[in-house]
Design a binder for this molecule. Sequence first.
Ligand SMILES: C[S@@+](CC[C@H](N)C(=O)[O-])C[C@H]1O[C@@H](n2cnc3c(N)ncnc32)[C@H](O)[C@@H]1O
Ligand code: SF4
Ligand code: SF4
Length: 343
Amino acid sequence: MAVSDIVRLTREVAIGAWMKPRPFLLYLKPTARCDLRCEICSRWKLPSSSATELSLAEIEQILVKFRRAGSVVLTLWGGEPTLRRDLPDILAMAKGMGLRTSMCSNCNSLYRKADRIVPHLDVLLCSLDGLGDVHDEMRGVRGLFDRVVRSIEAAHRFDRCDVKIWATVHSRNLHQIDDLAAFARDMGVSIEYFPVSLIGTYNDGTLPSREALRDVFDRVAELKSRGYPIRNPDRVLDIMGGSRPFSCNFGRIAIHLDHEGNVYSCEDPEGNPLFSWGHHSQFDPVEVYDSDLFEKVSSGLRRCNRCRLPCSVELAGSLGRSRTSFSSRSPRRRRRGAGPGCG
Ligand SMILES: C[S@@+](CC[C@H](N)C(=O)[O-])C[C@H]1O[C@@H](n2cnc3c(N)ncnc32)[C@H](O)[C@@H]1O
Ligand code: SF4
Ligand code: SF4
């Protein structure tokens, strides 16, 4: 990323986060389809079809509208965003509008498409919770781990893209926390850890105990201090481990759209909207962001405690830039970007 772009984006993030807080983070699901069968996440079970997805032209309208209203960072997720055929076009369009682009992917098939997708990405969040069978079994698909490795290698070839592993901490990978940090180091990428969020009885068996979580995040802090490429800020590790309170800013600084164009403030870990604003075609962001209702909704969400995703926790209370400790064994390319957490 050019220095002038970094300066511009940093300025826009500062305005959106501190000076006049408003949703500068735009979360868009290009699809709700999913190609895995994860035990921590039930989204793969939801009915989904490409027939009801936003068209490329609609996505363009959305990006133009939200960019004008102050969006700075676009994060694509889902569902699995790489299942969308025109993903490179969506990302290229966003880049053309001056947005910082980020995508969270299960990396099941990214290695096959990386040449078309990654050149348009500033940040790639690769979901990887364990090595070998630990990952495959939790995600319900054999051979996935090997494909994630190939995807990371393919993405890492593109110098402009900051590749981060997103590792959910659950009951079955507690013994692989060190291995994951070493894996990230050896692959030349960074890693962020975060606890699994409860989805009722669907995944309650995957939640570690309070004590186990505290121990894991103490261990992550130690690994970080020893130079492993762990990107969670120290303050965030305390929140993730449960030893520091958390007040969520996401209602004020983020806005979400699903694959059909419905706008909402945030969603619970199962994917249910926490406050719906209706369809994008009827939604005027500038008017809504200035309204009393928006103030009421975003203030109410400060008490929400449903997740601990790195993007929201990093922005809890203040805009925390990741303080990364890199040693000589750390990724060969360290990039500085304008975006926090997922961007
Ligand atoms: C919902 S997924 C969507 C993007 C893509 N399908 C993927 O798996 O990366 C976004 C992120 O949420 C994480 N995740 C899924 N279920 C979770 C849960 N119950 N608690 C915390 N994180 C979860 C995934 O591992 C992934 O990093
Ligand atoms: S975590 Fe991602 S890949 Fe797994 S079920 Fe949820 S959406 Fe699908
Ligand atoms: S805690 Fe999580 S689910 Fe609740 S508002 Fe914040 S980001 Fe959304």
